[in-house]
Design a protein around this ligand. Sequence first.
Ligand SMILES: NC(=O)C1=CN([C@@H]2O[C@H](COP(=O)(O)OP(=O)(O)OC[C@H]3O[C@@H](n4cnc5c(N)ncnc54)[C@H](O)[C@@H]3O)[C@@H](O)[C@H]2O)C=CC1
Ligand SMILES: O=C(O)C1=N[C@H](C(=O)O)C[C@H](O)C1
Length: 266
Amino acid sequence: MKVIVTAPRGKMGKLITQVAASRDDMELVAGIGPKGRDYIGTDLGTVAMVGKELHVPVVDDLESVIDKCDVIIDFSTKEMAMEVLDLAIRHKKGLVCGSTGFSDEEMKRFEDAASSIPMLYAANTSKLVNVMNKVLEFITKTVGEELDIEILEMHDQWKKDAPSGTSKEMGETMAHALGKELSDIAVYGREGVSPREPGTIGYHSLRAGNIPSSHTVFFGGMGERLEITHHCYNWECFARGACDCAAYLANKDPGYYTIKDVLHLS
Ligand SMILES: NC(=O)C1=CN([C@@H]2O[C@H](COP(=O)(O)OP(=O)(O)OC[C@H]3O[C@@H](n4cnc5c(N)ncnc54)[C@H](O)[C@@H]3O)[C@@H](O)[C@H]2O)C=CC1
Ligand SMILES: O=C(O)C1=N[C@H](C(=O)O)C[C@H](O)C1
């Protein structure tokens, strides 16, 4: 599988390049950086600190190299994601997008793309987070009606979006398990909201230092509480998952795929 990675100097793009370079089933054919950076035209292996040259360039124009690849892996920004999506559709290339912070309209554009390309969107590519989602679904279906559900997500000081894409997916999973839409029951921050309205899902975002990613869901009952937490120690689990998602798209027909398909969690 021939792969293009965007943003190879970003936290995720760098790690994804390193993981892809170590896999026998992947060949990196280019990296895409922003215009004006001094590393444009230099070697992807050097830019992404792979530890060796890969003899493929980092360019600032995806369209000039897109026909060399089977799949693009894009963890960059929501603005760049829309440009990458348009080019992937125009050149009929598979796309794994892991960026977050999209509006409902932008998410719909990913879904619509599935009619012409293999499209995989995943707000979180960690295996354990996706297993946690199944656990949340089970708990909510079983006892969710009687409990107060609150989500606390923690990330580094640089993260651009809040709440995290992962916490939105967790909220959606639990809302659907209750037979509801998240938009009808989500409450963002509890300041000034007292007493607590039953049947809602509360959101709390904390940003500090270089916390890579933590998500806790609190199920509050009377006299007892259940907490389910995922912590990652660094971003490597997401990079491995991103490459697994790209490998999954090999020879796939156009369609909308999720990481649940990759991990057999559907
Ligand atoms: N799905 C998942 O499991 C995960 C998703 N993410 C998401 O991935 C995204 C990126 O996260 P980080 O790597 O932490 O951010 P980052 O800020 O470290 O990297 C973003 C990179 O995008 C590059 N970029 C921006 N515009 C560009 C353009 N026009 N052309 C080429 N490159 C461009 C920047 O130069 C920067 O290097 C975020 O939306 C984040 O929420 C992060 C971790 C895991
Ligand atoms: O920006 C991050 O770091 C992460 N972003 C994703 C999100 O918004 O959920 C996934 C993970 O939490 C790391």
